[in-house]
Design a protein around this ligand. Structure first.
Ligand code: HEM
Length: 502
């Protein structure tokens, strides 16, 4: 009899456990396949192709150009629901809705990221990219002022010459690695006031540490279901992230005794400040440095590295544009190094940069926003959607740059579209690689001058082609990124040194 009871108890217990597991499975599948009831009325991109795309580690641009945008266009939709970071997120693909949402900071503050995401452990939960309200305003004001007054063209030039020395006699070089190193030293020396020495030092310990952490964070499974990080902690990766954060902390300590010609020193020592403002500024700057550490670093590093890689790729693919850009750069530079005056005389080089930022936008979409109250949004064609309170949404930048109703020959690299305001259908409102509205990139000028300086000096000193058999021959292939960034992956370029400057 007791044996029978024991058997019955065991059966009951295992049935209860199985039932619980089934319920969890059912709930997870339901959440995956059905958006929450409040969003049922919104069009929804089919989930299976999305999951397959993540499983194949496809980059964001591929998912947007092959799945999200075609789905929206085929149904005439200006916003769609897409599954990512453990939830259904509204992607905004209509230029009018983008403008309205981007400008309405009151109703559309940036969302708090899921706390389980290891990315949050890395960047902190309050940084310039995701903070809101008065905190953001205070930090943003100081940041913008410093960024606009400190455009270190000379520093970019010094780094270019370091890079060229490293490139030696040229040949087939892994250009995406070199752009990473260049961008790291550029943001290090001119923004953070710390020389990572990535260009010269083949095994920069900081860069290696950073790359390994990013690779760990970029696991598609954990990006889709951040909860997995809490259920099955990845201790080794967590230790690596903590070590990287400590490394940033050490940089801050170094910086406190080694002031220099960089953005942070500039922010601290703005001459017009009163004593009180100075103290506030000091506090804010420390806060920016400590809490924004990696966010600032990622925002200024991976983006420009991707843009530099894309620009060189397109000029390799279209040698006639490279030649035209070189003619212009040589004439404008003469015997000088790049400066404001001669960079302003390169409209075609500038157009090539703008077109590279359009056709392979370094940032695929903005960070998510969450609506405070429910509201109705209206698209350019007059279609309306009700978006309830507490909805997570993001601005899909690539969908605007890849939309044939905004740009003629949308898939063709054509810098001429930016010459003489002839944007070949697109206009200033549809060129949004830096986003738009008050939360657009505060460093857009800084980034554009960095790109112009690099482009001018590259054109002056090198010619380059795509090596035969390049996997990028048909179209650029970007790497998978946890932060919606698009940068060419394993991009080899064949560089030939130019021995004369005319
Ligand atoms: C080609 C290079 C760059 C591109 C395409 C780019 C693009 C963007 C975009 C699209 C945003 C808006 C993100 C959002 O709304 O979630 C942004 C924000 C930001 N970017 Fe950039 N960026 C570039 C370079 C830089 C550089 C060099 C720095 C720093 C030196 C920087 C610092 C920031 C910061 C701090 C923000 C947050 C601004 C805020 O929320 O108020 N970016 N960037």
């Amino acid at each position: 009899m007791p044996a029978l009871l024991y058997w019955g108890y065991n059966l009951l217990r295992s049935s209860a456990i199985s039932l619980c597991l089934l319920l969890v499975l059912f709930y997870t599948i339901r959440r995956l396949f059905y958006p929450p009831a409040a969003l049922h009325h919104l069009p929804c991109v089919p989930i299976l192709p999305l999951l397959l795309s993540y499983a194949r580690k496809e980059s964001d641009d591929i998912r947007i150009k092959n799945l999200i945008l075609p789905y929206a266009l085929s149904k005439g939709e200006g916003i769609v629901l897409v599954y990512a970071i453990g939830m259904w997120v509204v992607h905004i693909l209509d230029i009018k809705v983008i403008k309205d949402v981007a400008e309405d900071l009151g109703n559309w503050p940036k969302s708090a990221l899921p706390p389980d995401m290891l990315f949050v452990r890395l960047v902190g939960d309050s940084n310039v990219v995701i903070s809101n309200g008065e905190t953001w305003k205070k930090h943003s004001t100081i940041l913008q002022r410093a960024l606009n007054q400190n455009l270190p063209i000379e520093q970019f030039t010094i780094l270019c010459h370091k890079l060229f020395k490293k490139m030696g006699e040229g040949g087939v070089l892994k250009w995406d690695d070199l752009t990473m190193k260049f961008a790291l030293d550029a943001v290090g020396t001119s923004v953070l006031g710390y020389d990572f020495d990535a260009i010269e030092n083949d095994r920069s310990p900081f860069l290696e540490q950073y790359v390994r952490v990013m690779e760990g964070i970029a696991s598609p499974l954990h990006l889709l279901w951040p909860r997995l990080e809490a259920l099955f902690p990845r201790y080794e990766l967590i230790h690596r992230i903590d070590a990287l954060v400590r490394h940033f902390q050490e940089i801050l300590e170094y910086k406190q005794v080694n002031k220099g010609n960089d953005l942070l020193t500039y922010m601290l020592e703005e001459p017009s400040l009163t004593q009180k403002e100075y103290r506030d500024n000091m506090q804010v700057t420390r806060a920016i440095y400590i809490s924004y550490r990696v966010a600032f670093f990622i925002a200024g590093h991976d983006t420009t590295a991707g843009a530099m890689a894309s620009l060189v790729y397109y000029l390799a693919k279209y040698p006639e544009y490279q030649e035209e850009a070189r003619r212009e750069a040589l004439e404008a530079l003469g015997e000088e190094e790049p400066n404001f005056a001669n960079l302003a005389k390169m409209p075609f080089v500038n157009a090539c940069i703008k077109e590279a930022l359009r056709i392979n936008s370094p940032v695929a979409n903005t960070a998510p926003r969450t609506s405070r109250v429910g509201s109705t949004v209206k698209t350019l064609t007059g279609k309306t959607y009700y978006i309830p309170a507490d909805t997570t949404a993001l601005i899909n930048l690539i969908s605007i740059h890849a939309n044939a109703s905004h740009w003629d020959d949308v898939d063709t690299f054509n810098p001429d579209r930016f010459i003489n305001d002839n944007q070949a259908k697109g206009d200033a409102t549809t060129w949004i690689p830096f986003s738009r509205g008050p939360r657009q990139c505060p460093a857009r000028n800084f980034a554009m001058y960095e790109l112009r300086t690099v482009a001018a000096l590259l054109l002056q000193n090198w010619e380059w082609t795509l090596p035969s058999g390049s996997p990028h021959f048909i179209g650029v292939k970007n790497s998978f990124s946890p932060f919606a960034l698009s940068s060419p992956k394993d991009l080899h370029i064949n560089f030939m040194k130019r021995s004369y400057h005319v």
